[in-house]
Write a protein of this length. Structure first.
Length: 80
């Protein structure tokens, strides 16, 4: 099932996840913004596929809180 999974990793915690994924043979891509991550997801996710924004990784380096991050994610889902 690993071939059906793609991690799109954002700073800073995502870069550690990227490294761990590579060690396990899981496909992963590093990117620096949610906007770029959404674009990658749209390109790589097959019709009917699922994209999950993981709230487990902090993003205080880019957003003041999870609400702001979630709003940016939603905006980029519909704008890109």
């Amino acid at each position: 099932m690993k071939d059906r999974l793609l991690l799109i990793c954002l700073p800073d915690t995502g870069f550690k996840a990227f490294s761990l994924a590579q060690k396990e043979g899981i496909s992963a891509i590093n990117t620096d913004t949610i906007k770029k991550g959404v674009q990658i997801a749209k390109e790589k996710t097959p019709t009917g596929g699922t994209v999950i924004l993981s709230p487990g990784a902090p993003s205080y380096n880019q957003y003041k809180n999870f609400e702001e991050r979630g709003s940016d994610f939603k905006k980029n889902i519909f704008d890109t």
